[in-house]
Every structure is written in structure tokens, then in C-alpha cells.
Design a protein around this ligand. Structure first.
Ligand SMILES: Cc1cc2nc3c(=O)[nH]c(=O)nc-3n(C[C@H](O)[C@H](O)[C@H](O)COP(=O)(O)OP(=O)(O)OC[C@H]3O[C@@H](n4cnc5c(N)ncnc54)[C@H](O)[C@@H]3O)c2cc1C
Length: 373
């Protein structure tokens, strides 16, 4: 790249706050900072020509937890830790829908359905038995009454004939969401610099080195690189988790009407304009999917196409496109919002529900950094 003096000067000069990563967290954080302190100069540095991690590649579920996922989480981390995360997701969704209109999100409050193995009554009954306990938790923590209910599953014969329905969940178009956040950010005066891959953070001298050898100075820094964080901050407990996704062409009499989760959320599918979007299955090859490289593997593709044909026989012959996205995961579902030093904050490890948590986290990070100034 042949930079003029003007370009180099603009790119390398320190803003009041510099953010690495223009995903939902980077954009939401920048917008929240400007909402509370319009006088601050905020710059986002993004490596690609558009956001290139998970925020524009996800499935677009605006969800906050299926019964099996939450019970698993309670088992592993305890009730209060689990509900703290659920609260973040719930408030994040409220914030997102307040910031971006439902029309711009292509939001549909279609509900979320958790499906179970056709022949496994024991598993289905185990989760069904816990519904009143979880409904009480949702009422106590979120003020939602009768969040989950058991419903007959009449349409999807490959699964158990009873499912669990959550009427408070919805679906969105993630690119419409990100386009709107981008517009809000630009309108607020935030500078978004695309095409600058940060290869090193020099926390001593407050300098970011880019792949094309620019030296970007910063005063305060927020790292919002989620699944790619290990490349910059290898000591953080955040690991990449690739997710492969497919979408079919529009299908006649598509039986889907909401968002669906199966196998503790490892499998998810929904409809979009008559198509079936289906993704996940990384539990089939955890080692292979622990990567921040986009791509596909036969093991996951075969697994997903098999499930697709169970949902809609013959649909595997109607696949329109495949893609993948990279999430950031770790030992806990709690995002890492720690200070690396007095000037560097992180906002990473969003897991599989960043659409929900992203806006909440943006508010939290903005509050933390503005207090420091
Ligand atoms: C396939 C898939 C399906 C999903 N489905 C859902 C869903 O239905 N509902 C839901 O709530 N969540 C879902 N998620 C999770 C959700 O998408 C993420 O949690 C969320 O988008 C994370 O946002 P982020 O801003 O933290 O990260 P990202 O969106 O990954 O943004 C990080 C940004 O940082 C940039 N970056 C990285 N390294 C550098 C660097 N060195 N220099 C400069 N820039 C850099 C990247 O290019 C990227 O744009 C899904 C994720 C995937 C992968």
C-alpha cells in the first residue's frame, strides 16, 4: 500500500480510545462510548475490508438459553453464575433492539424450539421435568413468566414428538444488524479503519504494529478480537472455535417456523425466506474445529448434511452455500472484560450467544474505560 503522508498521519495518530475489531462488540462499545462522551475521539481498527469473524457469519438467533444448555451450565458452574450470563444475554437483547429497530434487524419473535432424539424418552423427560424449576429462575431473574413450555412436535418427524418451546426468542439477519450498527457508528463520528491487521501490541510504548508495518499510537486500547485474540494476547483463556454453516435454496413447504436447537445447542437451524439454515456440530471434531482459520471439513459437512436430510428429506441436494465463522470460547461462558494494564481493556470470549451479549458488553466496556479517563 502506498500511503501518503496524510493517510499515514491520520492512521498512526492516537485517538482518545482505540478499539481493535469491528464485530458487534467493537462497534457496540464504540457507540456506547460516544453516547456517554460525544467529545471523545474513537477509532476502530479492523483487519479486513469488512468485519470478518463471527458477527456477520452467525445464524442470527436472538436467544438466551435452551433448557439443556442452561441445566448443563448450572451443573458445571452453579446457578448464580449461569443466571448472571443469562441476565447479560437478556439485557443485551433489550439494548440491541432499542438501538437497532426490529425492521432493520429483520427481527421476528418466532420463538425458540429445543428438539430431542426421537427414541430417547429418558432424555426428553429429564429436561421436561426441570421446566418448572427453570421457569421460576427466569421469573425471579428476568421477570419472564412461563418462559419454557412443552409442546407437541408435529412437523419434524425425525425428532422426539415432544419439544420445549421458548416464546421469548427470535431470529434476525446478522448482516442487517451489523450494517445498521456501522451506520450508527459512522453517524456518531467514530472512525473505522478497515484493512489494518494488527500483528503486535506494544503495551509499554502504546504502539500497535500492523501487517504492513504501520505504527498506530494509542492512548487507551480495547481489544475486541474474540476468536482471534490468542494471536495478540496468548495468555488469555480464549480459544477459537470454528462453526460450519450451510443454507439451502428455498424449499417447497419448508416445515420450519422458529429457531431450533438440538444436542445442547451444538446443532441449530432456522428458516430464512423459505430456506433452511443449519450449522454447528463442532462437538463431532473439537480438536479440528479449535482453529481460527475459516474453512470446511468432510466430517462436519457429512454430519450436517445427514441432519439436514432428517429435517427435510432430499434437502442436501438443494444446498446453496457453505461458510464458516470463528467464535471465541473458554473454560467459562463469562466474557473476559479484564484490564491487561492501566490502559488496555479486553472484551472477548463471547461464545455462541454474542448477538445477545454484544450490546450489553459494549455498555460495560464503555463504562469501564470512560471511568478511567
Ligand atoms: C457460525 C456461527 C453461528 C453463530 N450463531 C449465533 C447465533 O445464532 N446467535 C448468537 O447470539 N450468536 C451466534 N454466534 C456467536 C456470535 O456470532 C459471536 O459471539 C459474536 O459475533 C462475537 O462478536 P465479536 O465482536 O466479539 O467478534 P467478531 O465478530 O469475531 O469480531 C472480531 C473482529 O476482530 C477483527 N480482528 C481480529 N483480529 C484482528 C487483528 N489482529 N487486527 C484487526 N482486526 C482484527 C476480526 O476481523 C473481526 O471483525 C455464532 C457464531 C458463529 C461463528
Amino acid at each position: 500500500m502506498n500511503y501518503s503522508f496524510w493517510e499515514k498521519y491520520f492512521i498512526e495518530s492516537p485517538a482518545d480510545i482505540t478499539i481493535i475489531g469491528a464485530g458487534i462488540v467493537g462497534l457496540s462499545t464504540a457507540i456506547s462510548i460516544k453516547e456517554s462522551r460525544p467529545d471523545l475521539d474513537v477509532k476502530i481498527i479492523e483487519r479486513s475490508c469488512s468485519p470478518n469473524g463471527a458477527s456477520t457469519k452467525n445464524a442470527g438467533f436472538s436467544c438466551f438459553g435452551s433448557v439443556s444448555e442452561l441445566l448443563d451450565d448450572i451443573d458445571q458452574n452453579g446457578e448464580s453464575a449461569c443466571m448472571e450470563i443469562v441476565r447479560m444475554r437478556w439485557h443485551g437483547l433489550k439494548k440491541l433492539t432499542a438501538r437497532v429497530t426490529p425492521l432493520h434487524l429483520e427481527y421476528q419473535l418466532a420463538g425458540g424450539t429445543e428438539l430431542f432424539d426421537k427414541n430417547n424418552n429418558v432424555v426428553q423427560e429429564h429436561y421436561a421435568d426441570q421446566i418448572s424449576y427453570l421457569n421460576q429462575l427466569m421469573d425471579d431473574h428476568l421477570g419472564i413468566q412461563t418462559c419454557y413450555s412443552i409442546q407437541p412436535n408435529k412437523m419434524l418427524n425425525a425428532f422426539h414428538d415432544k419439544c420445549i418451546f421458548n416464546s421469548h426468542e427470535g431470529i434476525i439477519n446478522p448482516v442487517s444488524m451489523m450494517n445498521q450498527l456501522y451506520r450508527i457508528a459512522v453517524h456518531a463520528g467514530i472512525h473505522i479503519l478497515f484493512g489494518h491487521n494488527i500483528t503486535e501490541i506494544d503495551t509499554k510504548n502504546h504502539i500497535l504494529t500492523t501487517a504492513n508495518q504501520l505504527k498506530i499510537n494509542y492512548k487507551h486500547l480495547i481489544v475486541c478480537t474474540n476468536g482471534f485474540t490468542q494471536r495478540l494476547l496468548p495468555d488469555l483463556d480464549v480459544y477459537p472455535a470454528r462453526n460450519q454453516v450451510l443454507i439451502t435454496k428455498p424449499l417447497k413447504d419448508n416445515p420450519l417456523h422458529s429457531g431450533y436447537h438440538f444436542d445442547k445447542g451444538y446443532i441449530y437451524f432456522r428458516q430464512y425466506q423459505g430456506r433452511i439454515l443449519l450449522g454447528g456440530g463442532r462437538n463431532m471434531d473439537i480438536a479440528g474445529e479449535t482453529t481460527d482459520t475459516f474453512g470446511h471439513t468432510a466430517i462436519i459437512q457429512d454430519y450436517l448434511t445427514d441432519i439436514l436430510d432428517r429435517i427435510y428429506p432430499g434437502a442436501s441436494g438443494q444446498i446453496e452455500c457453505w461458510w464458516s465463522g470463528i467464535m471465541g470460547v473458554g473454560p467459562s461462558k463469562r466474557p473476559v472484560t479484564d484490564w491487561i494494564d492501566d490502559y488496555t481493556l479486553t472484551g472477548v470470549r463471547l461464545g455462541g450467544m454474542g448477538v445477545a451479549i454484544g450490546s450489553y458488553l459494549g455498555d460495560q466496556l464503555a463504562e469501564k474505560i470512560v471511568q478511567k479517563l
